[in-house]
Design a binder for this molecule. Structure first.
Ligand code: HEM
Length: 289
C-alpha cells in the first residue's frame, strides 16, 4: 500500500477511536511524518530481506576443483560425441541413422567424428591417470572413491529405506556408493572401449599380429559395451546426477564446483560434519595464538 494512504488510514482510525478531529495543518504534518516512517521501515525490511538472500546464497561449499570439472567436461563431450556418432554406425540400416548421415554429410563424417571423440576419451584417460598418480588432490580423491564395507551397508540401508522398512536414509561421506559405482563403471567401460576401439581403428596392424577371431571379439565387445555404456549413462548416471526428484531439472555442481549448504547436509552429511569439525579446530587454534 502507498505510505501516504496507509498514514491517512492510521490517522482516521485514531480520530475515530478518540472521537476527535485534528487541525488540518497539523493533520497534514502528522500524515507526512507517519508516511516517511512507513517508507523508511519498508526500505529497511527490503534491505534486510536482500541481505538474507545474499547470505543464504553465500552459504555453499566448493565440492569439485577446476581440474576435476575440466576432466568431467572433456569426458562428457567426448562420450556424447562417441555415442551420437557410434550408434548410427551400429544401426546403419535404420531410418534415424540415414537421417543422421544426411544431416552431417555422410557416414564417413560420422566415422571421422567418432575418431575425434575417441581421441578425447584417450586424452582424458591419460590426464586422469596423471592426476591420480602425481597430484595430492588426485590421490585423495582416488582414496575417497575406493569401495569400502560401509558402501555395502549403505546400499542395504537404502534398499530398506526405499522399501519403507526404515525411516533412516544412509549417511554418505564425500562420495555415496552410487557415485562410486558411476566412477568404477567408467573405468571398466573406458578400458573395454579404448582397447576394442583401437583394434577396430588399426585393424590392418592388429590383424597382422593376432588371429582374426581377436578382431571379431573386439568388434562384438565394442558394439555391446557401447549399448551398455549408453544405457548406464542415460539411465543410471543422468538419473542420479540430474533427474532425481531432489535435484531435477539440473545439477550445476560438476560445472560450477559449488554445492549449497542445504544439499551438502542432505546428500553428504558425514563430509559436512568433517568439514565443520576441521573448521572449528582451525578456529580454535588461531584463537589460542
Ligand atoms: C563410450 C565410448 C564409445 C562408444 C559408445 C562407441 C560406440 C561405437 C559403436 C556403437 C560402434 C559401431 C559398432 C558396430 O558396428 O556394431 C563403434 C564403432 C567404432 N568405434 Fe567406437 N565407441 C566408443 C569408443 C571408441 C573408442 C575409444 C575408439 C577408439 C579408440 C572407438 C573406435 C571405433 C571404431 C574404429 C569403430 C568402427 C567405425 C567404423 O566403421 O569406422 N570407439 N563405436
Amino acid at each position: 500500500m502507498d505510505p501516504k494512504k496507509e498514514a491517512e488510514k492510521l490517522i482516521e482510525e485514531m480520530e475515530a477511536e478518540k472521537g476527535i478531529t485534528l487541525d488540518a495543518e497539523f493533520r497534514e504534518k502528522l500524515k507526512n511524518e507517519i508516511a516517511e516512517k512507513i517508507k523508511s521501515e519498508i526500505e529497511r525490511k527490503k534491505r534486510e530481506a536482500k541481505r538474507k538472500v545474499e547470505k543464504e546464497g553465500e552459504e555453499y561449499f566448493i565440492r569439485f576443483s577446476l581440474n576435476i570439472r575440466l576432466q568431467h567436461l572433456t569426458l562428457a563431450i567426448g562420450v556424447i560425441l562417441l555415442i551420437i556418432t557410434g550408434l548410427p554406425i551400429k544401426f546403419h540400416e535404420s531410418k534415424i541413422a540415414e537421417l543422421f548421415f544426411d544431416l552431417i554429410g555422410g557416414i564417413q563424417v560420422s566415422r571421422i567424428l567418432h575418431r575425434i571423440g575417441a581421441a578425447m576419451l584417450i586424452f582424458v584417460s591419460i590426464w586422469h591417470t596423471i592426476y591420480i598418480a602425481f597430484t595430492e588432490e588426485g590421490r585423495n580423491e582416488f582414496k575417497e572413491l575406493l569401495p569400502r564395507k560401509k558402501d555395502f551397508l549403505d546400499f542395504w540401508q537404502n534398499i530398506k529405506y526405499m522399501l519403507g522398512k526404515t525411516n533412516e536414509r544412509p549417511k554418505y561421506g564425500r562420495y555415496s556408493y552410487i557415485e562410486k559405482f558411476d566412477y568404477w563403471a567408467v573405468y571398466w567401460g573406458v578400458v573395454i572401449m579404448v582397447l576394442s576401439g583401437l583394434i577396430l581403428w588399426f585393424h590392418n596392424f592388429f590383424l597382422g599380429i593376432f588371429p582374426k577371431f581377436v578382431f571379431d571379439i573386439a568388434k562384438e565387445a565394442h558394439s555391446d559395451e557401447a549399448m551398455l555404456a549408453t544405457l548406464a549413462i542415460v539411465i543410471w548416471h543422468w538419473y542420479n546426477a540430474h533427474f532425481n526428484p531432489h535435484i531435477f531439472p539440473f545439477n550445476p555442481t560438476i560445472f560450477t564446483g559449488k554445492i549449497s549448504k542445504e544439499r551438502m547436509i542432505r546428500e553428504h552429511p558425514l563430509e559436512y560434519e568433517r568439514i565443520m569439525k576441521e573448521k572449528l579446530t582451525r578456529e580454535e587454534k588461531s584463537d589460542e595464538r
